[in-house]
Design a protein around this ligand. Structure first.
Ligand SMILES: [Zn+2]
Ligand SMILES: [Zn+2]
Length: 225
């Protein structure tokens, strides 16, 4: 983001993005170019600059481990400050308060790319902060049923659970294919049991979308939401 965007402009872009995201997940047709040109007229910028901003918003969605609007490939030169603002605005517009990750992770990526990152001192006593986070009330029966169905094997790669828990259960993680934060249901047609590797990959992997497609092909109980 080379030039400075006002909070108002960013907010308008985020509102439009959240709207497109919801159109897409609900199968409502929309024309991206029309949305950019409306924004461009309103703020006196080019359509292209709004399209690029949308790709920055995709990048924040991807850091959040969420699905981005298809065709809007994440563009990463967003800056940690703007990433933090965009993440906050996404939560405001969606009316939910999710754990904040974008500012921290953009900083990690930028420090990591430094040729001469010296050994950091770290923080001996990290400061506590408190925030309200949106929780979703889930059905324990759904988790129980899916775990029984998986019977100790990852439903993605088929491997055995990596370890046994202190309670004597094979350790697998529960994943919602359409995320609860994206309006997904907590039902057995949207929930799978995964090993931790496959689970992380489904959120953050470069091939996460093809991985998700392969799961829908593989498990007949799943229904696309
Ligand atoms: Zn796996
Ligand atoms: Zn998950």
């Amino acid at each position: 983001m080379s030039d400075n965007w006002t909070e108002e402009e960013l907010k308008a872009a985020v509102e439009a993005y959240v709207q497109m995201h919801s159109y897409e997940t609900n199968g409502v047709p929309f024309v991206k170019r029309q949305i950019y040109s409306e924004l461009a007229n309103r703020f006196g910028r080019s359509d292209k600059s709004f399209e690029y901003r949308m790709q920055n918003i995709s990048y924040v969605y991807s850091l959040m481990g969420r699905k981005w609007v298809s065709g809007l490939k994440p563009a990463k030169n967003v800056g940690s400050n703007n990433a933090a603002v965009i993440e906050r605005q996404i939560c405001e517009v969606e009316g939910q308060s999710l754990p904040k990750v974008a500012e921290f992770e953009t900083k990690v990526i930028s420090y990591k790319s430094k040729a001469n990152l010296s050994k950091p001192n770290g923080i001996k006593e990290p400061e506590k902060t408190y925030s309200q986070v949106t929780n979703f009330n889930r059905d324990p029966k759904v988790k129980a049923w899916v775990l029984k169905e998986a019977s100790g094997k990852c439903e993605c790669c088929g491997s055995d659970a990596p370890f046994t828990t202190a309670e004597g259960e094979p350790f697998l993680e529960i994943h919602h294919l359409r995320r609860l934060a994206d309006g997904g249901s907590d039902t057995i047609t949207n929930v799978i049991a995964l090993c931790p590797n496959c689970h992380r990959e489904m959120h953050y992997g470069v091939n996460k979308y093809s991985l998700v497609d392969s799961i829908y092909d593989k498990l007949s109980r799943l229904v696309f939401e």
